[in-house]
Design a protein. Sequence first.
Length: 442
Amino acid sequence: MSHVFHRSLTQSYPTAVRGDGPYLIDSQGKRYLDASGGAAVSCLGHSDAGVIEAIREQVGTLAYAHTSFFTSEPMEALADFLIERAPQGLESVYFVSGGSEAVEAALKLARQYFVEIGQPQRRHVIARRQSYHGNTLGALAAGGNAWRRQQFQPLLIDVSHVSPCYAYREQRADETPEALGMRLAAELEAEILNLGAENVMAFIAEPVVGATLGAVPAVPGYFKRVREVCDRHGVLLILDEVMCGMGRTGSLFAAEQEGISADLITVAKGLGAGYQPIGATLVSGRIVDAIRQGSGFFQHGHTYIGHATACAAALAVQKTIEERQLLARVSELGAGLRARLQERFGDHPHVGDLRGRGLFQGVELVRERASKEPFDPALKLHAKLKKAAMARGLMCYPMGGTLDGRRGDHILLAPPFILEETHLDELVDKLDAALRSALAEV
Ligand code: PMP
């Protein structure tokens, strides 16, 4: 019997033993095409020689130096790399070990900023329904995923939730996408006014929603308006790019495609591409200055922040992406994937929506296309699909629908940036077969 406290205590898992490009191989020698990058992590696949060598070199020289005593070359170099390419106004990088920690740091930075500038009553956070920002208690409080929050209520910080920018289900019949964006930005503004702008600390949102909705980009103009609303009321904008950032949508930061910057941007997953656990919070000059001129010290920290080997790995990953011009490849492959999905599932009676950006694509499943009615969540279509896909040697990332019918089961696809066209064919063939099998069961 395994002594590991696994994610599920009732399920058994194959043992992964080796990586080979976009494939993982289990102890039986079976190969799995990684069409989800784990969870939008493995953007360089599983055996990049350059990254492995960079890790080896770093471990051999300086594996780790506690950041209350030292800085390190890889940490400085990675911060420079990110800030040189980040949206305007971001000046510093706070390194952590993953996405939840990046969100916690962002929330605490926002809070400390307002304490430092003499507005300590600003402590309320606004997020969106059906969002996920991590599982630690602060990040969980921010998230608007009822199922994940339920058993941990009451949560630690005050958060209210507004509608997600989810055109497939939120856009009214008589509304243009632009009008939807305006209506939702107005909803955010109304919530700020309702709480009293002087009490609101931050609005947090994913530019392209990953885990909870399945690769849903915002409608054009939405984020520009959100930025304006936040500025009008002195509310900080936190963009959670833990999943959609670091090239996943075709630009290094997803915010670039919205034409906005943020006060704080969180990244993780693709930053280290799974070669090392690492996340980061990019911080605007305004926040850094307020803390520097105030107490001079961010009241936070973990043992492994700025881990030298993790930073060296992430730097190697990001340099590889740049040197091999993989962001252009993401856009190309993304278009190829979308075209194949459209061809295969465009008229499928149980595929309600195809959406996404770059190599971040989502398929929403419905019981009936016309009414957009989801399958009964009790059928656990997503779990059946995951099982059927794994049986066929395909990793994809399905997620369940909601009881209130606000979302159907969906499949998130986020494969490595190093695929060949033939992998796209394999992906869609296997997904099609898995979907047939799962649908036959329900
Ligand atoms: N934010 C977003 C948008 C995420 O998708 C995730 C992970 N799925 C997190 C935060 C939390 O990241 P981690 O699992 O690395 O803590």
